[in-house]
Design a protein around this ligand. Structure first.
Ligand code: SF4
Length: 370
């Protein structure tokens, strides 16, 4: 859902502020059409963006009814992203009445100065109200935070997280602030107006977060995600396990047994493609079994369970131990990985270096455009 109240300075998602009602109606109608044509039978749904709760009730209901007409007999989790400025009881109840089981709320910070730095349009009171509204629906609730904002000390981050723990959500996502190319924040950094936190400081924040949330009863089941037992996000676990997914909407990505594609990002082009041909995907590529294997190892290393070599073999036909013999030996020697019953994982002490460790398992094996 590519619409937001404002465009946050750090955001590189395909989301747009300042849309008109007409534009939102046009995009929702195209998404409904795409949903009908793609005949999904999902095991999980993630309604995100963007800000789905930004739609007015009538338009949101229209979309929800189309989703509800899909075959949802196998669906065991339906998450909806929400932002505090557009989170009211009526909207959240409508979502739950149509099948939503879980809310993921973008809090990011409780602190007015940091919220302003991130261009977030809500304040602490609105964030707390949003949490209470979501809780009152009976759905599971996850809260999103960002750490590593320039100038944020460890003590300041500790205060932020302690307040989140006090509220006792089912799930927490704590993302390190990144400066993505093309964002306002990255432009400010390039001009020397803001300075990123040092790697060492970010490591301290991450390691403290993981140990504090573990102590508070949240399992760090992925590098940025923490859940009470049984509250892991099944949808995101599916990505990290290399499952297939169908993306609906402008810029949405899909993956079908090694065939990867992305929908057109501009709203008008997406709507026109759906209305003329029923398909808005523009850059399909077919991953080779080797490339798919490497990607599944790379993604799986983000999780505490690590990649399962049997699962990878089932999906790609490739024996991981043979293909990656050199990479596995090198990583083991550096203590970057430990063995598990099903494969490998990155030990807790090496988590701050996860990106570099996982990247060693990717290679420039070429895919084919299709
Ligand atoms: S609310 Fe989320 S999707 Fe929208 S601009 Fe901000 S970070 Fe991006």
């Amino acid at each position: 859902m590519p619409f937001c109240v404002v465009k946050c300075g750090y955001c590189d998602f395909n989301s747009f502020a300042g849309s008109s009602q007409h534009e939102r109606e046009r995009v929702v109608a195209a998404m409904q059409r795409e949903l009908e044509l793609r005949r999904c039978r999902p095991q999980t749904i993630f309604l995100g963006g963007g800000t789905p709760t930004y739609l007015d009730l009538a338009l949101l209901e229209q979309l929800l009814e189309t989703i509800a007409r899909c075959d949802l007999s196998a669906c065991r989790e339906w998450t909806c992203e929400a932002n505090p400025e557009s989170c009211d009881t009526q909207t959240l109840q409508l979502l739950v009445d149509h099948g939503v089981t879980r809310f993921s709320i973008g809090i990011q910070s409780w602190d007015p100065a940091r919220l302003e730095f991130l261009d977030r349009p809500h304040d602490r009171d609105a964030a707390e109200r949003a949490y209470e509204c979501a809780r009152a629906t009976g759905a599971a609730v996850s809260l999103d935070f960002i750490f590593g904002v320039p100038g944020q000390t460890l003590a300041a981050w500790q205060q932020e997280l302690e307040h989140a723990i006090e509220l006792s959500p089912d799930h927490l996502s704590c993302y390190q602030l990144t400066f993505e190319a093309g964002t306002k924040l990255d432009a400010l950094r390039a001009r020397g107006i803001v300075e990123a936190a040092s790697d060492e400081h970010l490591r301290d924040l991450l390691l403290w977060t993981r140990s504090r949330l573990t102590e508070a009863g949240y399992l760090p089941y992925e590098v940025s995600n923490y859940a009470r037992p049984g509250q892991e996000c099944q949808h995101n676990l599916g990505y990290w396990r290399g499952n297939d997914y169908v993306g609906i909407g402008p810029g949405a990505a899909s993956h079908d047994r090694g065939r990867r594609s992305t929908n057109l990002r501009p709203l008008r082009a997406y709507c026109e493609a759906i209305s003329t041909s029923g398909c808005a995907s523009f850059d399909a590529e077919l991953l080779t079994p080797e490339q798919r294997t490497r990607e599944m190892v790379w993604l799986g290393l983000r999780t505490r369970e690590g990649p399962s070599f049997d699962r990878i073999h089932e999906r790609t036909g490739v024996d991981v131990e043979t293909l990656l013999a050199t990479e596995l030996a090198d990583a083991t020697q550096r203590d970057d990985i430990t063995r598990t019953e099903t494969g490998i994982r990155v030990p807790e002490s090496r988590i701050p270096w996860l990106d570099a460790i996982a990247a060693n398992f990717l290679a420039a094996a070429a895919s084919t455009s299709v």
